[in-house]
Design a binder for this molecule. Sequence first.
Ligand code: HEM
Length: 460
Amino acid sequence: RLLFNKFPGKRPPVYEGIPYVGGLIKFSKGPWKLLHDGYAKFGEVFTVPVAHKRVTFLIGPDVSPHFFKAGDDEMSQSEVYDFNVPTFGPGVVFDVEQKVRTEQFRMFTEALTKNRLKAYVPQFNKEAEEYFAKWGDEGIIDFKEEFSKLVTLTAARTLLGREVREQLFEQVADLLHGLDEGMVPISVFFPYLPIPVHRKRDRCRKELSNIFGKVIRHRRESGHREEDVLQQFIDARYQNVNGGRALTEEEITGLLIAVLFAGQHTSSITTSWTGIFMAANKEKAWLPAVEEQKAIVAKHGTNLSFEALSDMELLHRNITEALRMHPPLLLVMRYAKKPFSVTASDGKTYVIPKGDIVAASPNFSHMLPQIFKNPEKYDPDRFAPPREEQNRPYSFIGFGAGRHACIGQNFAYLQIKSIWSVLLRNFEFELLDPVPDADYESMVIGPKSCRVKFNRRKLL
Ligand code: HEM
């Protein structure tokens, strides 16, 4: 009675008729269809039984504020994201108390301040230029494959450090691939299931510890320093926990893997969609973006500095619109540690009970026509000032929002802009296939394959 006095309203409608195992299988295959059907049937708030758990979906900005704003004592991450623990390793992120995690994320935020980002920009450029120098004068490629390789290189250089990028790259890339392959939909529910991909994941994780351990020891003992996130972690100290000590080798390894997992596929996929949509919209997107590059060169010269990249508003809008159309993370989730109520746009109030897994979907929310007019249409201008639609909080959630909004957002924009600046200045592209669908069955959702013809033309 107390609960209902504090939170008037009823429980959300339950998506019935999904058997215990069926729900799990459906969910494991990718919850896109579930979301679709649930929204059509019930609207913005509904609950789906998945195995022994209840997942309550909150769709759209009206029902999302609490999800994004509430503190971790109310909407907690660790219960829903702890499937990452065997991948990230012990002592970091979802394996530690929230106050320790907050400090670890603070250390990461300090590795991405404006001055630090400025130091990473030349590294993005160098990797991009070297990579595209290896393409011939013309050919057929798949953006997703190409950018996945390139972003692994830039991530290795800026996050994992020069030693890994220059000396150990092949070896580390294979081990990271093993970690990646060990993250399959069933891992979300049973991360320790003794299946071959999990066993391989554990072997790769151990080997990465050895490699990073050696690099970290060498830097600490020799005093050698570099401009990368690894260096920031080596230098960082806890402030209010763990007696103010520095991070251990194992913690640094875990944090590097965590930020790599957060940033690598999300960035490479967004780079791909940006290119696919710009190439498919020559008049509206590609040509204006080339014109913008000309204006940037006239103002800043050919050097792709932090300031030059920051001035690229059109390219910025294209990236944001690509991310609106296809956010790589289908769901962001929390665990309700306390009950709370939400009021849907039809005025109905629902109480979400303690213990529910609560999920918001960037993909689904970005396709609501009442929020984004003609949502299926690629239109970078919708992000031009005054950004009417987007001014509404929690409408664009490609980078999440609120308390746990993406820490790597500026890093991601700079990296993607750097890649596309090099391409806009040196190539022309033509899609040989229609704009592809998203592959909703993968963990991080990217485009299905799409052949693209390129021609090297020095445009600038
Ligand atoms: C959080 C998306 C790039 C690091 C998030 C969240 C989203 C997201 C949706 C919120 C998750 C939640 O609420 O549960 C993206 C996209 C990216 C991108 C679409 C690229 C286009 C990056 C990069 C890094 C990064 C490059 C690091 C180098 C993080 C971290 C968090 C986060 C550490 C956790 C923040 C927290 O929980 O407080 N990202 N991200 N992301 N992202 Fe990104």
